[in-house]
Design a protein around this ligand. Sequence first.
Ligand code: SF4
Ligand code: SF4
Length: 284
Amino acid sequence: MQIAVVSGKGGTGKTTVTSVFATLCGGVIVDCDVDAPNLHILLKPRILKEIPFTGMRKAKIIDEMCERCGLCEDLCRFDAINFDDDRYSVDVVRCEGCGFCYRACPNDAIEMVSEVRGKIFISETEYGPFVYAKLEPGEENSGLLVHEVKRVAEEIADERGFDTILIDGAPGIGCPVIASLSKVDKAVVVAEPTLSGLSDMERILMLIEHFKIEPYVIINKFDVNLDVSREIEDFCKSRNIPIVAKVPFYDDIPTLIANLKIPIKDEIVKAWRELSCMKRLRRG
Ligand code: SF4
Ligand code: SF4
């Protein structure tokens, strides 16, 4: 059983909810926000292993073999090859790894190389195994890294006999969140009662429904705007999507998080019990 906590954008309280779920789930915990991971700050993991992530191969010019013909610079449609100080070089941020220059160079002066672009961490917390990753600043391929992080978590679950994987999904609706949702059974959307929060929720729910994942919603800080909260409830009711928690605004949550304490709140605990109960019902 894979359960993902997602939101249409960052800053809705997704990681707060996941941290509370993590204390209750008794399974493998995964942070799929590889661009800006922060669940580890609250879970305080003990790192057991680091796995380098190499991502896609990029072009590299071997200067001694280059005859400065300029063909690669002309061919690269991503403007990733520069001529400076009488030598050609590749801008790795711009290079998309297409390999065109590598195949075209008349002197075999270009190689495609993998370099470490991030790290996956396998760790242990007081709540169970925890897998997370960090991508180097400016690097792309976060979707690929999310895929790897999830693969490692599934291996741990198989080896150690855990039947639940809890996922803190990547924010947004792009490639990393799609990778976060792969093989997921239930997705819990954390939404805030603002007009943009409503629109973000609708978009991520479309994605969840597209992948035929069971959708659930938590309204965070529901009492800061009761009108929009009602709109969220009406929307969910019209689509038959269960709202598993309406969490009020708690002014102590920022202080608890600043002090690295997980903000255990009754509404979130009950939401997890409801999700687990539905799991048992489904299996029974
Ligand atoms: S195509 Fe090859 S030889 Fe020509 S400039 Fe590029 S690297 Fe150098
Ligand atoms: S691999 Fe493709 S994107 Fe990268 S430098 Fe070569 S032609 Fe440009």
